[in-house]
Design a protein around this ligand. Structure first.
Ligand SMILES: *Cc1c(COP(=O)(O)O)cnc(C)c1O
Length: 403
């Protein structure tokens, strides 16, 4: 028997590590979502850059249903057809020659950091284990990934952290030059810092990071958990920049709403993850891989990728105008359909107020830290939904400014 539940139940049954909004979505089609009361929302959040093809996309529903009739799960002492097909497609579309599947972004990064250290130590000895990451970066919530992440508030309070991790300022090549050495196993960078405020790397920075890694035989790891799978307007942001990493991690948009993560790398690096070195029970699950295959088939087309760039411009033009008219934000930045409005000084720390006001107007948006309002909609959001959503956003911004 199903039981009526409401937001109030959350505080009774859930660990209090989240503070969800006061409405519960129950249905979604494309970029529209409805809550328990039947109120409609336009979705500019995409489940934090996850619902890359919106809600209930027919191709994803078909892929899931089809695989659900066949085989849901096998252990990793067997392989499966969807995983092999997906891996082949990711390899054909990128620099990669080998793929490891898991269930989330954090797990993809955990695998990447372990592999980078294993590779470095195997080749350069026990001292070559240091990882350099950037301030304000985000790489997931396992203890290794929060430690590599550059937001100490996420790793404080849990006792001793894994060692050998240092942080330097983002987009600061001189800082990396000073920090990198022959003990560096890997440098980890998000091509656009997502959680850190939708802050894109400069091209000179990524090129310089690549050169410094090569000079010191350090691996370059791109965390594309948020920027990957079409969001930048290329399949992966590294292709948009033209700077190729040694290891790339993907998740979020890759599953379009079904949990999956992937780590991509070269054959020469992959061979350091020999039999038994790493694993994941659900990683490479046939249901997840079947859905992700349909995501890649749909997203990795000129229509969708060019559409992302056109939709970026549509957002940017109107957001610039709203910022100018209201004075609420001073800058609109980002790549493709990952956009951030940087709040003006008078509104610093108030990103959540804008989120709440948007929800009242029937619009789902995100924050990226306290000072940036973030948008990560479906890559195929109809132009009419963008226009109507931005009209609701403008009303929400005006209501916060008037308050
Ligand atoms: C969301 C995110 C992660 C963590 O992904 P999970 O699926 O939540 O584990 C890691 N890196 C980046 C850049 C992200 O945006």
């Amino acid at each position: 028997m199903s039981q009526a539940v409401s937001r109030a139940d959350f505080d009774q049954v859930m660990v209090p590590n989240y503070a969800p909004a006061d409405y519960i979505p129950v249905k979604g089609v494309g970029s529209r979502v409805w809550d328990q009361s039947g109120k409609e929302y336009i979705d500019f959040a995409g489940g934090i850059a996850v619902n890359s093809l919106g809600h209930a996309h027919p191709k994803l529903v078909a892929a899931l249903n089809e695989q659900a009739q066949k085989v849901w799960h096998v252990s990793n002492s067997l392989t499966n057809e969807p995983a092999l097909r997906l891996a082949r497609k990711l390899i054909d579309a990128t620099f990669a020659e080998r793929v490891f599947f898991c269930n989330s972004g954090a797990e993809a990064n955990e695998a990447a950091f372990k592999l980078a250290r294993k590779f470095a130590i195997d080749n350069g000895g026990a001292d070559k284990h240091e990882i350099i990451a950037t301030a304000n970066s985000f790489h997931g919530r396992t203890f290794f990934t929060v430690t590599v992440g550059g937001q100490p508030k996420y790793s404080d309070g849990f006792g001793p952290r894994p060692g050998g991790v240092t942080h330097i300022a983002y987009n600061d090549l001189a800082a990396l030059k000073a920090a990198i050495s022959d003990k560096t196993a890997a440098v980890v960078v998000e091509p656009v810092q997502g959680e850190g405020g939708v802050l894109p790397a400069t091209l000179e920075y990524l090129k310089g990071v690549r050169e410094l890694c090569d000079q010191h035989k350090a691996l370059l790891v791109f965390d594309e958990v948020q920027t990957g799978v079409g969001r930048s307007g290329s399949l992966f942001a590294y292709q948009e920049y033209g700077v190729t990493p040694d290891i790339l991690t993907s998740a979020k948009s890759l599953g379009g709403g079904f949990p999956i993560g992937a780590m991509l790398t070269t054959a020469a690096i992959a061979k350091h993850f020999g039999v038994g070195t790493h694993g994941s029970t659900y990683g490479g699950n046939p249901l997840a891989c079947a859905v992700a295959e349909a995501v890649i088939d749909t997203v990795n087309t000129p229509e969708v990728l060019q559409g992302v760039k056109a939709k970026h411009d549509r957002f940017k033009t109107r957001l610039d105008a709203i910022g100018k008219a209201t004075g609420a934000f001073t800058q609109v930045r980002g790549l493709g359909l990952l956009l951030g409005c940087v709040l003006a000084d008078a509104y610093k720390g108030k990103a959540k107020d804008f989120m709440t006001a948007a929800a009242r107007e029937g619009l789902m948006v995100l924050q990226a830290g306290p000072d940036v309002i973030r948008f990560a909609p479906s890559l195929v959001i109809p132009d009419a939904d963008i226009d109507e959503g931005l009209t609701r956003f403008e009303r929400a911004v005006k209501s916060v400014v008037a308050a």
